[in-house]
Design a protein around this ligand. Structure first.
Ligand code: SF4
Length: 456
């Protein structure tokens, strides 16, 4: 268990800290609203000693004692951008943020094209993670420390500075470093802040997704505390034993209990739950496993949809002998699951579930272009590389791009030998009608093979 971090200054974006500091010093809660409004309107991006000077000008009713307290204990922003990994000054890429105690976290911006370009920010909730998922780079770090709610929100502030004006941030996913429900209070604090200041952040809670491998009792609690936020469950296997080999923390969180919680979450919120499933060749990709998965999901009372993610190389996963299945194998797996229909007699099924009875399971494959895509699609696969020289992040939403433009974008970024480069261009050119095109991309320490097959 890491030592709790004592921050000085505290982040102003931390409602809990503001509230407890006010109470501790006898400042009435009613002034919190003014302070919060000031913080939201000011959108600080640096630890600025003068940050609080304007507070009393705007809100003369805030007592001087409160201003002094804030000046002494709180800063507008407590983190700074250590490095920006991208091909452009703004847009898609990865931010390495340095916290005030020198520790670093990562935040990813992923753009989606289409008629209304937009971006998703993938935020971290912890420094490291103790869940130890065998495919995940963050899991190898162990849990180093918890983030404060304000530090989670500061990631959005920094991301806003780096997002392209033509693809504004519209979604937030807690899929960066850490297990969000293992830092429940801070994550809830960030969600509450987003809920009350959705306009300032330009985000609605319905566009926020919390991704978890499951922490007993916390999914139910999230449904009660913050029903508007969405839930994604990193499932990865339909059987308890198999799941425990991929997600070691599952050993103390039985699958049937976890799925009961998901059903309760569905009943309390009416939200659809995204089931994330990393396809690992020879581990969880057999036809038998696909049938077990289809049968399991068809019996869920909560509305669920399945997102299959071919394993994307990480040092930890590779060390465990993990490999991605072929595209064809992914599709076979998907097709088996998709044959299952929601059970008419799902136990306790009512209202929404009844309306959906007999409907096929919604099942998609997220083809990974580069590691960033898998980080985006599954619960955090980020690991700190901040100490290493910056490498360009190559994050592209393959589902939103025509094949040739994907090839062009990736090849331009990758320092490939000229002959390979020419071959790729040739392949890209003949794939313009939708045939499968294979492209090698250098990314991080890995050579990643990815397929730009037609979107599923
Ligand atoms: S996948 Fe998520 S829960 Fe699992 S180790 Fe990585 S960050 Fe932690």
């Amino acid at each position: 268990m890491p030592q709790p971090r004592i921050l000085h200054p505290l982040p102003a974006f931390d409602l809990w800290s503001l509230q407890s500091a006010f109470r501790e010093h006898g400042v009435k809660d009613l002034h919190l609203g003014s302070v919060w409004q000031y913080v939201m309107a000011s959108v600080p991006t640096a630890c600025d000693a003068d940050f609080w000077l304007g507070l009393r000008k705007q809100f003369p009713g805030v007592p001087q004692a409160a201003v002094e307290l804030l000046t002494r204990r709180f800063a507008g922003c407590t983190s700074r951008v250590q490095s920006w990994h991208s091909k452009a000054a703004r847009g898609e890429g990865k931010l390495v943020l340095e916290l005030q105690d020198g520790q670093c976290i990562e935040t990813v911006i992923i753009e989606h094209g289409g008629p209304k370009p937009r971006a998703t920010v993938c935020v971290s909730s912890q420094i490291g993670c103790k869940m130890g998922c065998r495919f995940c780079a963050t899991g190898t770090m162990g849990l180093r420390a918890q983030l404060h709610a304000g530090e989670i929100l500061e990631q959005l502030l920094h991301a806003k500075q780096y997002a392209s004006p033509t693809a504004p941030i519209r979604n937030v996913v807690f899929m960066g470093m850490g297990e969000p429900l293992d830092n429940y209070r801070a994550v809830l604090g960030a969600l509450k802040a987003l809920a009350i200041s959705s306009r300032a952040f330009g985000l609605a809670l319905k566009n926020v997704t919390v991704s978890t491998v499951g922490v007993p009792g916390k999914i139910r609690q999230l449904a009660v505390d913050c029903p508007a936020a969405n839930l994604a469950l990193s499932l990865h296997a339909p059987m308890q034993d198999l799941r425990s080999t991929i997600v070691p923390s599952a050993a103390s969180n039985q699958l049937d209990a976890l799925l009961r919680e998901v059903d309760e979450y569905g009943a309390l919120t009416g939200n659809k739950v995204m089931m994330e499933y990393i396809l690992i060749e020879g581990v969880n990709t057999s036809a038998e496993t696909a049938h077990a998965l289809g049968s399991l999901l068809a019996r869920q009372r909560a509305l669920v949809m399945l997102n299959l993610i071919p394993y994307n190389p990480t040092a930890s996963g590779d060390g465990n002998g993990y490999q991605a299945p072929t595209d064809a194998a992914c599709k076979v797996f998907r097709n088996i699951v998709a044959e299952y229909r929601r059970c008419c007699d799902a136990p306790g099924s009512a209202s929404i579930a009844d309306a959906q009875a007999g409907a096929p399971l919604l099942c998609t494959i997220r083809w990974s272009t580069v590691p960033g895509q898998a980080q985006m699609a599954a619960c955090g696969q980020l690991a700190l590389e901040s100490a290493k020289p910056a490498k360009p992040a190559q994050l592209h939403d393959i589902e939103d791009m025509p094949l040739v433009s994907i090839a062009r974008k990736v090849v331009k970024q990758a320092p490939l030998p000229p002959l390979v480069d020419k071959l790729l261009w040739l392949l890209a050119a003949i794939s313009g009608t939708g045939a499968i095109c294979w492209i090698f991309v250098r990314s991080h320490q890995n050579i990643v093979l990815f397929s730009a097959a037609e979107p599923v």
